[in-house]
Design a protein around this ligand. Sequence first.
Ligand SMILES: O=C(O)CCC(=O)C(=O)O
Ligand SMILES: [Fe+2]
Length: 292
Amino acid sequence: MTAITIAVSPVSARIGAVVEGVRLGGDLDAITVDTIRGALHRHKVIFFRGQDHLDDAGQLAFGRLLGDPIGHPTASADGDLIVPIDSDHGVVADRWHTDVTFVPAYPLASILRAVQLPDVGGDTLWANTAAAYEDLPAPLKAFADSLRAVHSNRYDYAAADPDKFSEAQKDYRELFESTAYETEHPLVRVHPITGERTLLAGAFVRRLAGFDAEDSTALIELFQNHVTRVENTVRWQWRAGDVAIWDNRATQHRVIGDFVGTRRLLHRVTINGDVPVGVDGSSSRALQPAAA
Ligand SMILES: O=C(O)CCC(=O)C(=O)O
Ligand SMILES: [Fe+2]
């Protein structure tokens, strides 16, 4: 019955929609949850305003309606299902990424809730990786279909100056890398629900299997540039009470790190995912830790 009153309004042509008429929590009926899931798969990231009633328990209870919440493989304490995205801890995800792609069955979705926002800045960007694939010229699609990429949680020190890190950032980085993970994924993942082909890349990619460092870097950049074309992105300006949910199987995201000096805190609930399958039917495989 509640589903009748739900309105889904796109905020750009290719990605993102605002969902109105839902009070998020653990008590939503099946039709409402189906409507939310459908909007998520169609629009890749969906936004809910005015969810000020929501606390950690409510956010987690809602998460359970979408699947199995999981902590972060290295950065979460055991059993802790709320992942704080806290600027005080130096956690600034300001490079384009899909969450946790250094493991095979990386999360299928995340639910991010604004807890404390800076006065200005700190918007989040999402990119549609299915639209990015769809835009490729046919020969590049065929080439991408044949590639596999190695993802790792070890920091890419070539990409930034570690001397710039604060102590809090160094501590977080150490925790994040405390267990080394490396996974080989197909560069093109077939989405298990929509059947769409998506480009699976982002900041955790280290190299393409079968290519030397130079060719890997050039080729990864070529595909990554298609993902982040502004036509494939949406930018969200957070307000108190906002919740964003993204399909982590069809998007990349990043924060805009322009809020230095003011605290920004969001709480994330992450939903366990499934092992990707490429166009040729081959799955991702763990390189580290090696499968038993
Ligand atoms: O801080 C943000 O807006 C995004 C953080 C992030 O990458 C995440 O929650 O997975
Ligand atoms: Fe993220």
